[in-house]
Design a binder for this molecule. Structure first.
Ligand code: SAM
Length: 304
């Protein structure tokens, strides 16, 4: 299945299933005795989605030897990668709110539970944007287990290729207040021009003092679909509706650090290798890494 400009999904299909996959990684990282992250909502959310493969993966019940190109070492590398990624963006939000920001927008929020688990200061409003079925599922599931947001949570169920700034503003977003933005695990699922438009819209909506965090995956530029298919294991054979090679938009695109700097964002990039080193975790060898390889985590503030 390839992408279409108006494709839709739930958490078990297409791009939506990638949200369940990364949440399973967070659930596994949460159980890791090294305790790098604590996301108690990842596990019930993944269980509620009910894709057997991800539930078993999370519970350590997959027969990894039976899955082509998957191994215990590769699985641990994925979990470690999710741990350092989650911690990087958690720390970003804590720093942004310590700096006085009280308005937060999480783009492509998927099964991100930060609105329920981070220690937001009083008065913080967290907006979450994702496709309607994704938003509805998370809200209903977390309400069902009695979870309460730790900030005022406002949902904006809309596709990010549509007029999301209008929908965000209609939901109460204040264009005069500084905002902490997050686009995590999103950009590779957007065409290059949509990535630029996303940052143009964010910039136009950002009051002075705003902050931004995202990541850039250089491997998307010279992405080799055959290699990715070969290395990703045969998810389809195991009942999972994900063919990463057909979900991402490969080819030339602007480097996010350069693009944001051209829009007056004072951002810095930190490699995932560096984040592993900071946590004292060995970075995966290339053969055990994600086929897309290195990731640059990016954060900073609007200048002027
Ligand atoms: C890999 S998941 C990441 C989810 C979340 N940010 C996280 O890190 O857990 C990708 C997410 O992007 C969302 N997404 C991708 N393209 C989108 C679009 N055009 N409009 C709205 N959501 C989109 C998907 O629904 C999914 O939740």
């Amino acid at each position: 299945m390839s992408r279409a400009h108006d494709d839709e999904w739930d958490l078990a299909s297409s791009v939506g299933a990638t949200a369940t996959m990364v949440a399973a990684g967070r659930a596994m990282a949460t159980r890791d005795p090294r305790g790098l992250i604590h996301d108690p909502f990842a596990e019930p959310l993944v269980r509620a989605v009910g894709v057997d493969f991800f539930t078993k993966m999370m519970d350590g019940e997959l027969d990894l030897a039976a899955i082509e190109n998957v191994s215990t070492v590769r699985m641990q590398a994925m979990v470690d990668g999710m741990a350092v990624r989650t911690k990087y963006f958690d720390d970003y939000f804590v720093k942004a709110t310590e700096g006085g920001i009280r308005q937060v927008v999480i783009l492509a929020s998927g099964l991100d539970s930060r609105a329920y688990r981070l220690p937001w200061p009083d008065g913080t409003v967290v907006y979450e944007i994702d496709q309607p079925r994704v938003i509805e599922f998370k809200t209903a599931t977390l309400t069902g287990i009695g979870a309460e947001p730790t900030a005022t949570r406002r949902t904006v169920p809309i596709d990010l290729r549509a007029d999301w700034p209008a929908a965000l503003t209609a939901a109460g977003f204040d264009t005069t207040a500084p905002t902490a933005w997050l686009a995590e695990g999103l950009l590779i699922y957007l065409p290059p021009e949509a990535q630029d438009r996303l940052f143009d819209n964010i910039t136009a909506l950002s009051a002075p003092g705003s902050a931004i965090a995202t990541e850039f995956v250089p491997g998307i530029v010279d992405f080799d679909a055959d290699k990715v298919r070969e290395m990703s294991g045969s998810f389809r054979e195991h009942g999972v509706d994900i063919d990463m090679a057909s979900l991402v938009y490969a080819g030339e695109r602007n480097h996010v650090v350069d693009y944001l700097r051209s829009k007056h964002w004072d951002v810095e990039g930190t490699t995932r290798t560096e984040l592993f080193a900071r946590q004292g975790i060995d970075a995966p060898a290339p053969e055990n890494d994600d086929p897309l390889g290195e990731i640059i985590f990016i954060s900073g503030g609007l200048t002027g």
